[in-house]
Design a protein around this ligand. Structure first.
Ligand code: NAD
Ligand code: UGA
Length: 439
C-alpha cells in the first residue's frame, strides 16, 4: 500500500520505517529541511536501536523515501498518517497547531479518496475536528466532492525498544467511522498478526489517554509505596516482586525511582487532566499522580543534601542523563530537575551519558560533561545513578571507589544491590530500600 507519514520524529520515523519493513511503500515527510536532508543521506537524527539498519534496508528496497513536500506525499499515497508533535500549552492542554496545519495542507492537496489517520497522541474528539478541517479545505475545483475518511490509530511504542514494540505490539487500536477505513487499516497491519481492537474514533483516543495515564499511575503508586518503605524500613523491590506475581497487578511499571520523564507521560497526564476539567470532571487521582512524580525528584535532591550537608562547592558525579536507557531523548528527563536543584544550592556537576550528551548540552548549563563514567566519578563527593544504562552495571567499582573523594552512591533507579555496594566500600542509598534510618 502507498502510505505517507507526516512528521518524521520518534514516532513518525519508526512507524514509517516499520511499515516499509512489512511491505508497504512509505514516504516520510517533515518540514524540517535539515532533518530530511540528513535522512536522505542516511544520517539518522535520533538514537533508537535497530533504526539505522532498517532505514538502510528499506531505502535500498525502494520502499522508503523522504521529502519535505506534503503535496507530493498526499498525491501519491492512499493513506496519510499524521505523526507531528502535540506539545503542552501553559495550562497543560495539548497544543494541536501542528495537527491542524497538516490536516489543512493534506486537504488542499488531495485529488482522490484518502484515509487520514491520527497517529499523534491527541485529546479525545480531535478526530471530529480533523474531519471538519479537511472538509472545509478540500480543493474548490471539485466542489469539495472528494471522499475521505479520518481514523485514529494511537501508538504505544516506547523509546529505546520502539522497533520491537511496533513489530510485536500487544494490540493495534483502530478508531474508525466507516467499513472502508477499517478494511484499509486491517490490511496495513495484517502482517503483524496481532489483535486488532476496532472502536469509534473517540474511544480509540480515550484508550491512549487512559493507557498512558494508567502506566504513569502505576509508577507513582509504587513511588508512594517506596516513600513509606523508606520510613518504616521495608524494601520496595521485594514489595513490587510480591505484588507483581498477582496476575491482576503484574510486575511491569512497578520500578520505584526518581519518577517518570520523557516527552509523553508528563505531557499526556497534563492533557488528560485538562480534557477532564474542560468536560466538567476533576481528575484528582491524576493530579496526585503528577504531584507524587514531582515529589520523587525533590526528595532525591533533599536526601543528597541531607547526606552531604552543605552542597555549595561539593562535586557531584552523575551517571546517565537521558529520560530512560537506550535513547538520547532528554525531553522532561528527571536529570534536568535534579541537576538544576543541586546547582541551585551551589553543587558542581560532572556528568556522563553514553548517547544523550549532545542533547543534554543544549539544556544543561554549567555542567562538566565527561568522557566516561570514571571521569564523572573522579574527585566527586558522591555519585548519582540517574539513568539505568546497562554499561553502568558493569563498571569497575573498585576503581571508581578509589577515585572518589567520598565513596557514596545515590541510586535513583535501584540498579545496584545495596549489600554488594556496601561490601565494595560504598555508602549506598536507594529509593525505598530499607528505611530512612537505615539510609
Ligand atoms: P517529535 O517532535 O520527535 O516529531 C515530530 C515531527 O513533526 C518533527 O520532526 C517536526 O519537525 C515534524 N513536524 C511538525 N510540524 C510539521 C509539519 N507541518 N509538516 C511536517 N512535519 C512537521 O515528536 P514524537 O516524539 O515523534 O511525537 C509525535 C506524536 O506521537 C506526539 O503526539 C506524541 O505524544 C506521540 N507519541 C510519541 C511516542 C514517543 O515515544 N515519542 C510514542 C507514542 C506516541
Ligand atoms: C511511554 C509508554 O510506555 C508507551 O506505551 C507510549 O507509547 C509512550 O509513552 C508515548 O505515548 O509516547 P516511553 O515514554 O518511551 O513510553 O518510555 P517508558 O518505558 O514508558 O518510560 C517512561 C518513563 O517512566 C521513564 O522515565 C522511565 O524511567 C519511567 N519508569 C518506567 C519508571 O520510573 N518506572 C517504571 O516502572 C517504568
Amino acid at each position: 500500500m502507498n502510505i505517507a507519514i507526516i512528521g518524521a520524529g520518534y514516532v513518525g520515523l519508526v512507524t514509517g520505517v516499520c511499515l516499509a519493513q512489512i511491505g508497504h511503500r512509505v514516504i516520510c515527510v517533515d518540514n524540517d529541511e535539515k532533518k530530511i536532508k540528513a535522512l536522505q543521506k542516511l544520517k539518522i537524527p535520533i538514537f533508537e536501536p535497530g533504526l539505522e539498519d532498517l532505514v538502510r534496508t528499506n531505502i535500498k528496497r525502494k520502499r522508503l523515501s523522504f521529502t519535505t513536500s506534503i503535496k507530493d506525499a498526499a498525491k501519491k499515497s492512499l493513506v496519510i498518517f499524521i505523526a507531528v508533535g502535540t506539545p503542552s500549552k501553559e495550562d497543560g492542554e495539548a497544543d494541536l497547531t501542528y495537527v491542524e496545519n497538516v490536516a489543512r495542507e493534506i486537504a488542499q492537496n488531495m485529488d482522490a479518496y484518502r484515509l487520514i489517520v491520527e497517529k499523534s497522541t491527541v485529546p479525545a474528539a480531535t478526530g471530529k475536528r480533523i474531519e471538519r478541517t479537511v472538509r472545509l479545505n478540500l480543493p474548490k475545483k471539485n466542489n469539495g466532492g472528494i471522499e475521505f475518511d479520518v481514523a485514529s490509530n494511537p501508538e504505544f511504542l516506547r523509546e529505546g525498544s520502539a522497533i520491537s514494540d511496533f513489530m510485536h505490539p500487544d494490540r493495534v487500536v483502530i478508531g474508525v467511522e466507516s467499513k472502508r477505513a477499517e478494511e484499509i487499516l486491517r490490511d496495513i497491519y495484517k502482517p503483524l498478526k496481532t489483535t486488532i481492537v476496532v472502536t469509534d474514533i473517540n474511544s480509540a483516543e480515550m484508550i491512549k489517554h487512559a493507557s498512558n495515564s494508567f502506566l504513569a499511575m502505576k509508577i507513582s503508586f509504587i513511588n508512594a509505596v517506596a516513600q513509606i518503605c523508606d520510613r518504616i524500613g521495608a524494601d520496595v523491590l521485594k514489595v513490587a516482586e510480591g505484588m507483581g506475581y498477582d496476575k491482576r497487578i503484574g510486575r511491569a511499571f512497578l520500578n520505584a525511582g526518581i519518577g517518570y520523564g520523557g516527552s509523553c507521560f508528563p505531557k499526556d497526564v497534563d492533557a488528560f487532566v485538562r480534557l477532564s476539567e474542560k468536560n466538567g470532571y476533576e481528575f484528582a487521582l491524576l493530579k496526585e499522580v503528577r504531584s507524587i512524580n514531582e515529589f520523587q525528584k525533590q526528595s532525591f535532591v533533599k536526601l543528597i543534601e541531607d547526606k552531604l550537608w552543605i552542597l555549595k562547592d561539593k562535586v557531584i558525579g552523575v551517571l546517565g542523563l537521558a529520560f530512560k536507557p537506550e535513547t538520547d531523548d532528554m525531553r522532561s528527563a528527571a536529570s534536568i530537575d535534579i541537576i538544576k536543584g543541586l546547582q541551585a544550592q551551589g553543587a558542581k556537576i560532572k556528568a556522563y551519558d553514553p548517547v544523550a550528551m549532545d542533547k543534554a548540552k543544549e539544556i544543561l548549563k554549567g555542567v562538566q560533561f565527561c568522557k566516561d563514567a570514571y571521569a564523572a566519578a573522579r574527585g566527586s563527593d558522591c555519585l548519582l545513578l540517574i539513568t539505568e544504562w546497562e554499561i553502568f552495571k558493569k563498571l569497575h567499582f573498585k576503581r571508581i571507589k578509589n577515585s572518589m573523594k567520598h565513596p557514596m552512591i545515590f541510586d535513583g533507579r535501584n540498579m545496584y544491590d545495596k549489600k554488594t555496594m556496601e561490601i565494595l566500600g560504598f555508602e549506598y542509598f536507594g529509593m525505598g530500600r530499607g528505611g530512612i534510618h537505615g539510609r
